[in-house]
Design a protein around this ligand. Structure first.
Ligand SMILES: Nc1nc2c(c(=O)[nH]1)N=C([C@H](O)[C@H](O)COP(=O)(O)OP(=O)(O)OP(=O)(O)O)CN2
Ligand SMILES: [Zn+2]
Length: 148
């Protein structure tokens, strides 16, 4: 079976969420010192930008690596429904149960875990797989993860 060219496909979404950077593994003093304004007890919010990139070969029948409409639905169901307009620390079980600090590093690993097998199952007769996730926490703070 011949495979078409390998192409990277990105879907961009946005979501709003609040959080507080606070580690149960650190003293109150260290929390204040390390996280500074982000340790504010009442939290603060971000308008996050999320970019999800899949990679695969173009299917010669459909002309697509993966239908972007399907990618949009998977991101909505498995990520945005859980985090949009939520408090990451209190509303998202992944953070609440593990008492994990809601840094963008931890958030991006959570989102990877939510999407990786989901996209793989969707694509069981196709080659597309999750390649990279990028999160803009602010215009200046950007985190990238490739599942390594
Ligand atoms: N390694 C990380 N460091 C920080 C994270 C993070 O997720 N990983 N997050 C934060 C805060 O959540 C904080 O809200 C960042 O906001 P802020 O400092 O206001 O954002 P900017 O740097 O874009 O704004 P400035 O204009 O430069 O203040 C902190 N650290
Ligand atoms: Zn923040």
């Amino acid at each position: 079976m011949s495979r078409g060219p390998k192409v990277y496909l990105t879907r961009r979404e946005t979501f709003s969420a609040s959080h507080r950077l606070h580690s149960v593994h650190l003293s109150e003093n260290d929390n204040t010192q390390i996280y500074s304004k982000c340790n504010n007890p009442n939290g603060h919010g971000h308008n996050y930008v999320l970019e999800v990139t899949v990679v695969g070969h173009i299917d010669s029948n459909t002309g697509m690596v993966m239908n972007i409409s399907d990618l949009k639905t998977l991101i909505q169901m498995h990520v945005l429904d859980l985090v949009d307009h939520k408090n990451l620390d209190l509303d998202v079980e992944y953070f609440r149960s593990k008492k994990l600090v809601s840094t963008t590093e931890n958030l991006i690993v959570f989102i990877w875990q939510q999407l990786f097998s989901t996209i793989e199952h969707y694509n069981n007769n196709n080659s597309a797989q999750l390649y990279e996730i990028k999160i803009y926490e602010t215009e200046k703070n950007i985190v990238v993860y490739r599942g390594e």
